[in-house]
Design a protein around this ligand. Structure first.
Ligand code: 3HC
Length: 285
């Protein structure tokens, strides 16, 4: 296929904005799509702030920042993705909305464009099956916060062509990421291990009768985690974690995969972590 120059990013929440930032920094033209202009502009402002912080720290030149910012075009119109060589989807972590989006992208995008999903734990194969080009559909799984976490899992679904996975891996590498390729199994590599582990951490809160602060202190200082499990689940989003755990449990039926009732209750109460201002901890602003 032709060289990848233009990347579409659908959904400019925390993950999508991070992916769009990586893409413009890597020199790609980016079409970022959000459902409203306001949400798109909010993401662009966040990206601009992080890039300016890099300038302040001497990690990026001013002219490079300006050029990167100028490479991001915002749209609310899916049809604007027609010009993209690859589209990376980062919308809500639910199967049906993703399948609907991929059916639309299949209609809109060039037949040789690669369609990638940033799903955490849903089946890439089931998402690909909503299109007439499953050979061009792959997983491109970034980790939160995307600009800082070095890994991208490139996931080959049942019908993905090697060439599509190669194209996604090349994009990941050009973004400066370590790429690990894997097949489409529940949770891929990292989440297959991390989600049950985080579930266990939440269960330990009640079993060992410790506070979130104490659990975080324990895991940071006794297991060398860069941030404790409660801080991490707050960062990832309680809703994202619960959806991913439910998806893993549905496929694997192992009790440890099921989201702990405490997390489900938090999700239902709107305590979604950092993004909602409250999860295990409270966040200002
Ligand atoms: N662009 C550029 N810079 C950014 C940025 C961005 N988008 N976001 C943050 N930064 C900057 C901050 O501004 C800060 O710089 P400053 O203090 O000079 O302003 C700098 O990055 C680093 O911030 P921290 O001091 O918080 O950095 P740390 O050294 O503490 O590391 C961390 C932060 C990398 C997030 C580290 O705590 C860590 O590795 N945590 C674990 C995260 C993790 O495990 N993520 C995976 C979750 S699972 C997942 O995502 C899968 C999904 O499917 C659910």
């Amino acid at each position: 296929m032709a060289e990848i120059r233009t990347i579409g990013v659908v959904g400019l929440g925390a993950m999508g904005a991070g992916i769009a930032q990586l893409a413009v920094e890597a020199g790609y033209d980016v079409v970022g799509r959000e459902v409203s202009a306001e949400l798109g502009e909010r993401a662009a402002a966040t990206i601009g702030r992080f890039l300016s912080r890099k300038v302040e720290k001497g990690q990026l030149g001013e002219a490079d920042r300006d050029a990167a910012v100028a490479r991001l075009a915002l749209t609310t119109d899916l049809e604007a993705l027609a010009a993209c060589d690859i589209v990376i989807e980062a919308i809500v972590e639910e199967l049906e909305p993703k399948r609907r989006l991929f059916a639309d992208l299949d209609r809109i995008c060039r037949p040789d464009a690669v369609l990638a999903t940033n799903t955490s734990a849903l089946s890439v194969t089931e998402i690909a099956a909503a299109t007439a080009r499953p050979q061009r559909v792959v997983g491109m799984h970034f980790f939160n916060p995307a600009p800082l976490m070095p890994l991208v899992e490139v996931v080959r679904a049942e019908l993905s062509a090697a060439e599509a996975a190669d194209a996604a891996a090349l994009v990941g590498e050009r973004m400066g990421k370590r790429v690990v390729r894997c097949h489409d199994t529940p949770g891929f590599v990292v989440n297959r291990v991390l989600i049950p582990l985080l579930n266990d951490c939440v269960r330990v809160l009640d079993e060992a009768r410790v506070t979130p602060e104490a659990l975080d202190t324990a895991m940071e200082n006794g297991a060398g985690w860069p941030m404790g499990p409660c801080t991490l689940v707050d960062l990832v989003g309680i809703d994202v974690h619960v959806h991913a755990a439910e998806a893993l449990y549905e496929k694997l039926r192992e009790p440890r995969m099921a989201p702990p009732p405490r997390l489900v209750a938090m999700k239902n109460a709107g305590l979604l972590g950092r993004k909602s201002g409250r999860g295990f901890y409270r966040y200002d602003g």
